[in-house]
Design a protein around this ligand. Structure first.
Ligand code: PFF
Length: 461
């Protein structure tokens, strides 16, 4: 074929299944679990949200995770080339997914950079009493909500450092870079986060927080937006339909238990996510308790504000708050970093395979471009606003579109689902039945088309 440069270099592999699983968990467990999920769940029906969440996990999350794995593992390349080997015209889909990943990486890095700054600030509670004023005014220096090119050095410096760290890991490669980081960071994250949750649960008011979080608003189930929120959360959280899991699976040895690994990853990711919800809301319950209000009366429970304004405010009031803060922002850094390196590996490997570059060359090229764009778009005084807009489009529109196109092409246009199913079953102990094809071919795309239509109508209006 026309892909000689790929064959020339021996493809690296994860050194064990544990290596692969930890890396895949590292990609899945990220900022999405800690700062996205708790707020989304709370806004979308609380305890009742767990129903659409589980439905999305079972009907689309795990099936599409298997699909990503099967393509990467069978065709042994990053997304565009793997798709091309499956069916030539689908290479374009691969590039679309890589472009989405690229967009996400560019803003995701900015949030990791904020977390890095706040990690330092936590030692002496630098943010003071007015945590909103500090975040927006003093730290981000948010100006007029217009596009601005004024770079804020306090954000740009950690941001550049994040990119340098990403570059180093990607240049080191799959085994010596990505796997090594995950094998250290993921257990560390598990321990740190468990510590945080236990501490949070022992605070006065913790149970009020859990009640607020879990009390179901059944009416929410009738709202299509709640279902959209559940599906996009699952896609983002599991890192699926971005081409990234295709790439990770392509580095797995030929004899590898792909489906069982997938179940472990999905279970670990959702457990971590629900644990994060518990930890965050126990902490908010404490805050409400201190202010003698109801949790529902608190403000700033979602998005960046939750982690960077509300949490610092709670930390101020907590005995031993500085330690809690250091561990919390440290966890955000660990979780975020292991996710962003997966994205960059996916993008860099795609570029490497397409243009026949060296691993280092493509790592430098891709990280360099990302770093420049990150700084120009998200470390300026209009960065916060830009971040919100980009997040909306990439996650609620881009990724849903990607999943629809992917499932329809594989199942209906190029009819590869049976080949892929056999491939999975040949290497794995957990056998995938024909129901998998029904899920990726009918149930998931049908749901997604309805949701995307509704979302576009609401975005345009
Ligand atoms: N799954 C990550 C999170 O929950 O934060 C984010 C992510 C990583 C999205 C990798 C997409 C991706 F390809």
């Amino acid at each position: 074929t026309s892909n000689a440069p790929v064959a020339a270099e021996q493809r690296e592999t994860w050194t064990s299944s544990t290596g692969f699983i930890l890396a895949a968990i590292g990609s899945a467990v990220g900022l999405g679990n800690i700062w996205r999920f708790p707020g989304v769940a709370y806004e979308s029906g609380g305890g009742a949200f767990l129903i659409p969440y589980l439905v999305a996990l079972l009907t689309a999350g795990i099936p599409i995770l298997f699909l990503d794995y099967s393509i990467g593992h069978r065709y042994r390349a990053a997304a565009p080339l793997a798709y091309r080997r499956m069916a030539k015209p689908t290479e374009t889909l691969g590039w679309f997914q890589i472009m989405l990943s690229f967009v996400i990486a560019v803003y995701y890095a900015a949030v990791i950079a904020w977390a890095a700054s706040y990690f330092i600030f936590a030692f002496n509670l630098r943010w003071g009493q007015d945590t909103l004023g500090f975040f927006v005014g003093e730290y981000l220096k948010v100006g007029d909500p217009e596009i601005s090119t004024t770079v804020v050095p306090a954000v740009a410096v950690p941001l550049v450092l994040v990119w340098v760290a990403v570059l180093v890991v990607i240049a080191l490669g799959v085994t010596a870079g990505v796997q090594k980081v995950n094998v250290i960071f993921i257990p560390l994250l598990g321990v740190a986060f468990l510590g945080l949750v236990i501490r949070a649960l022992t605070l006065p008011g913790a149970m009020d927080g859990l009640n607020a979080f879990f009390t179901p608003d059944w009416g929410a189930l009738a709202d299509l937006n709640v279902w959209i929120a559940a599906y996009s959360q699952i896609f983002f959280s599991l890192s699926i339909a971005f081409g990234i899991m295709v790439t990770y699976a392509s580095y797995q040895r030929r004899k590898a238990n792909m489906t069982s690994s997938g179940l472990v990853v999905a279970f670990a990711n959702s457990s971590f996510e629900i644990l994060a919800g518990i930890g965050v809301f126990a902490t908010l319950g404490f805050m409400a308790n201190q202010q003698s209000v109801q949790v529902s009366e608190l403000e700033g429970l979602t998005g960046p504000i939750l982690s960077f304004v509300t949490f610092p405010a709670v930390i101020n009031e907590m005995p031993g708050g500085a330690i809690f803060g250091v561990v919390f922002f440290g966890s955000l850094i660990l979780a975020g970093f292991t996710s962003i390196i997966s994205i960059l590996l996916g993008v860099a490997a795609s570029v490497q395979e397409k243009f026949g570059l060296s691993r280092r060359g493509s790592a430098i090229l891709v990280s360099g471009i990302c770093a420049v764009l990150s700084v120009l778009l998200f470390s300026t005084t209009s960065g916060l606003l830009a971040l919100d807009t980009v997040d909306q489009w990439a996650n609620n529109v881009g990724i849903v579109l990607s999943a629809i196109v992917m499932t329809v092409l594989v199942v209906w246009v190029f009819r590869k689902s049976e080949t892929l199913r056999r491939h999975l079953n040949a290497v794995s102990t957990f056998q995938v039945g024909r129901i998998w094809i029904a899920l990726i071919g009918v149930v998931a795309p049908a749901f997604l088309v309805i949701m995307l239509g509704q979302k576009l109508v609401s975005l345009v209006n």
